[in-house]
Design a binder for this molecule. Structure first.
Ligand code: TRP
Length: 467
């Protein structure tokens, strides 16, 4: 393979075409970012980790670590214009370092596969909840009924397997046909619709009687409740919800036209994603308290609070259907992004068609998904380290692989790439560039490593050993 000089790289073109416009790129990245992470995961992880202090750490991670890592990922992707594995190898060489940076891309491919293996199962729940909503299962139901519906649903592994299979089929179908352009249209409608529906629900939760307790829970930080494990979870959530640390945004960046502002696009995506998560929290926590539920209830939280609230609203069956349809769409546009690094890699490395690549990757992910399907029923008691198989895959990917990928991405963009290359991509050398450079060089890598070391207790151990 020839190495391409930095001067030529600006003219490099992607093998898969480019986004039709700046808006198309922002929509695609927003579609990948906004998903189950915002509406399903954020509230339950925040609930498990005590609320306020967790939310504050999460916000700090989003802006101080997430934003610079996202910018790094986009600029690396656009400069390399290949799948994440090939891009890291190419740029590593081009910047006079090493092709071995390709392992960062490789870890991303694996992370995407592992995340989608459970993501698809939960997305399958939303599909099932569309059907339940249409049938009016939640109309007038009380907390106990809604809880029982959820319990018996996840207790049935065959049903979960069917829903997971259906969702994977939908995902493979879109990825195989390469109709992401059609998804741009979907995102254009879905994200605003989701926002509006959340605002309607917010209206309901404001009047639910426990709005104050919900807001207090979310925004009154009690740092005595914050463990280093919760800090790690908050950081992992920031990576997960922004879709960063695994090369997905890098893969999308590869299709980005030269003239688009990376800073502007990142700011738009981060703002949209964070607002939707906070809004979801503001809807869900008041409902949790109004109905005497437990915020630390785990992955079933949204699947119990929202049907409960919607079931009591006029037009509840309609709104509940609409909500789960929108959530399914949000999950769908994210699932496509999760597959992209693996599919782009197979297509380029082994000259597969997109359809073949999608089938191969999809089948692997589908099979791995059974680990999560069974975590809620037959293997619910098989717990180790962080809990069930599902809990461990989630912890390994969100809290370890994504932040670790983030360290490498930030170090690569901040230290390995020369200033000329990064300034060229970011399009200026003013204050915005300097802030990004400082965050990518120091704050992100040191912050992430520090949290890792703290969470496994290594720093305290060293301090004790030498103190
Ligand atoms: N951000 C997505 C969500 O919040 C999940 C996700 C993580 C993702 N990494 C990704 C989506 C990579 C697309 C690509 O639901």
């Amino acid at each position: 393979m020839h190495s391409v000089s930095a001067a030529d790289s600006g003219k490099r073109i992607s093998l898969h075409g480019t986004w039709s416009s700046r808006m198309a790129f922002i929509l695609a990245v927003t579609g990948s970012a906004v998903g189950l992470g915002n509406i399903w995961k954020f509230p339950y992880v925040a609930g498990e980790n005590g609320g306020g202090a967790f939310v504050l750490v999460y916000l700090a991670c989003v802006f101080l670590i997430g934003m610079p890592v996202m910018m790094s990922e986009i600029l690396i992707g656009r400069r390399g214009r290949r799948n994440p594995v090939a891009t890291m190898a190419l740029l590593g060489e081009e910047e006079g370092h090493s092709r071995q940076w390709l392992w960062v891309g490789g870890m991303g491919v694996v992370a995407g596969i592992l995340i989608l293996s459970y993501y698809s199962v939960i997305a399958g729940w939303t599909l099932a909840y569309v059907v339940k909503s249409v049938g009016g299962a939640f109309s007038g139901a009380d907390a106990e009924t809604v809880g029982n519906i959820f319990g018996s649903f996840v207790g049935d592994w065959r049903l979960l397997a069917v829903c997971h299979t259906l969702f994977m089929a939908l995902t493979v179908f879109v990825v195989a046909r390469g109709v992401e352009r059609g998804l741009e249209q979907a995102v254009r409608v879905m994200v605003p619709a989701l926002l509006i529906l959340l605002l309607v629900l917010l209206g309901y939760s404001v009047t639910s009687g426990s709005f104050r307790s919900g807001v207090e829970f979310m925004f009154t930080p009690d740092f005595s409740k914050l463990t280093w494990d919760s800090v790690l979870a908050a950081m992992g959530q920031a990576f997960f919800t922004l879709s960063i640390g695994m090369g997905a945004i890098m893969a999308y960046g590869a299709y980005l036209p030269e003239e688009t502002s990376i800073t502007g696009a990142s700011a738009a995506v981060v703002t949209a994603d964070t607002s939707i998560a906070i809004l979801a929290g503001l809807v869900i926590f008041p409902l949790v308290f109004a109905n005497g539920l437990n915020p630390a209830d785990g992955p079933g939280l949204v699947f119990q609070t929202l049907p409960l609230a919607l079931g009591q609203m006029p037009g509840g069956a309609f709104f509940s259907t609409l909500f789960f349809v929108l959530l399914s769409f949000a999950a769908w546009t994210s699932a496509i992004g999760l597959m992209e690094p693996a599919v782009a890699w197979l297509v380029e490395r082994y000259q597969r068609s997109r359809a073949q690549a999608a089938m191969i990757v999809g089948t692997l992910i589908w099979a791995l998904g059974f680990g999560t399907v069974l975590s809620f029923n037959l293997l619910a008691d098989l717990t180790f380290y962080k809990g069930t198989l599902f809990d461990n895959v989630d912890h390994l990917t969100s809290n370890i692989m994504l932040p670790l990928g983030g360290v490498f991405i930030a170090v690569f963009a901040g230290w390995i790439m020369c200033r000329n290359s990064t300034a060229d991509e970011l399009g200026n050398t003013g204050t915005a560039y300097k802030v990004w450079h400082f965050l990518a060089r120091y704050v992100a890598p040191i912050g992430i490593l520090f949290v890792f070391l703290k969470a496994v207790g290594l720093l305290d151990w060293v301090a004790a050993a030498f103190g």
